[in-house]
Design a protein around this ligand. Structure first.
Ligand code: ACO
Length: 286
């Protein structure tokens, strides 16, 4: 097992899965400036770490995160604009730009509290699974600020307007079932099955060609803001880019395994990886 060690973050890499753990359990993983700097660095390293195939964001001590640290990120930085700017930039960079654009699949594993600013990393991840009894809250309205940075934006983009307005304006807590019902997470499971559910999802993702998976997630995200003409054009060019970069030659390998070898059904599963013959996909394996 490989490990990265920071003061406020732990990273453990096992069997292709990188568990990135916000590690201030005594503060319910509230995000201090120091935690933001650690996360920013850890994610940058993971992006090019060949041992990490899937990244999972979670918290230590049974909580995802209680949001920004009200003392260290807000009160203490209110009188230090230079440090506030630096901390806010790091906070936004890892919680949005890094995770949203990450070159490998990302999963949020939510248990315990997920509050306020933690919705940024929750919604930046490609997938999210929560414990049924997790507690979500857009608490900003309860103490006098807006769901800032990008929280209001990413919540509004993720769920129907009625749900976004309700939870942002009421600041009412909701559980994992409700988070799944409104589309904020993929699904909720009993707490004792959460880690296994995350591992199962990661295993499925690791069976896909990384290049095809990367292009697919980028395409699904980017087409949302395109018109039809732009989407046709972008998807055609993106498709060509996969063929140019894909070390698995997925297109030809998939066709060979289905049409010639009758080795799998694409409707239900991915082609078998690592089967290039002489470094090349061929329709005649002999
Ligand atoms: N910022 C700073 N410290 C925090 C935060 C936070 N967001 N959340 C918890 N803590 C601290 C508490 O002050 C406490 O510290 P102490 O032991 O030194 O007194 C410790 O963590 C444990 O917190 P408790 O409140 O005692 O734990 P409990 O389990 O009873 O409640 C809960 C947890 C519900 C998360 C509560 O702490 C809470 O409401 N926190 C604030 C959540 C919030 O509104 N976050 C900001 C969102 S807005 C934004 O992120 C931009």
């Amino acid at each position: 097992m490989a490990e990265y060690k920071y003061e406020n973050v732990k990273v453990e890499i096992r069997d292709g899965l990188a568990w990135v753990i916000l590690n201030r359990p005594e503060k319910r993983n509230a995000m201090s400036p120091a935690l933001h700097y650690d996360m920013d660095d850890a994610l940058a390293r993971l992006e090019t770490d060949p041992e990490a195939a899937v990244v999972i964001i979670r918290g230590a001590g049974g909580n995802f995160s209680a949001g920004q640290d009200l003392k260290k990120f807000f009160r203490e930085l209110d009188t230090n604009p230079a440090e506030k700017k630096k901390a806010a930039e790091a906070a936004n960079r890892w919680r949005w730009e890094r995770i949203y654009n990450f070159r490998k699949p990302t999963i949020a594993m939510v248990e315990g509290y997920c509050v306020g600013g933690a919705f940024m990393q929750l919604l930046a991840c490609d997938f999210a699974i929560a414990a049924e009894d997790a507690t979500f809250s857009l608490s900003e309205v309860n103490w006098g600020i807006l769901p800032g940075a990008l929280v209001a934006k990413v919540v509004s983009d993720s769920v129907l307007p009625r749900h976004a307005l309700y939870y942002a304006c009421l600041g009412e807590a909701f559980d994992g079932h409700e988070a799944a019902r409104i589309g904020m997470i993929n699904f909720a499971v009993p707490k004792d099955r959460l880690e296994k559910a995350i591992e199962d999802l990661a295993e499925k993702l690791m069976k896909k060609s990384p290049e095809v998976l990367r292009a697919t997630k980028q395409a699904m995200r980017h087409v949302r803001t395109m018109d039809f003409g732009q989407a046709y054009d972008y998807l055609a060019e993106k498709g060509k880019a996969i063929r140019a970069n894909d070390k698995e030659d997925s297109y030809n390998t998939g066709l060979r395994q289905f049409l010639d070898e009758k080795g799998y059904k694409p409707t239900f599963e991915a082609f078998k990886r690592g089967t290039l013959i002489g470094g090349k996909a061929t329709s005649d394996p002999k």
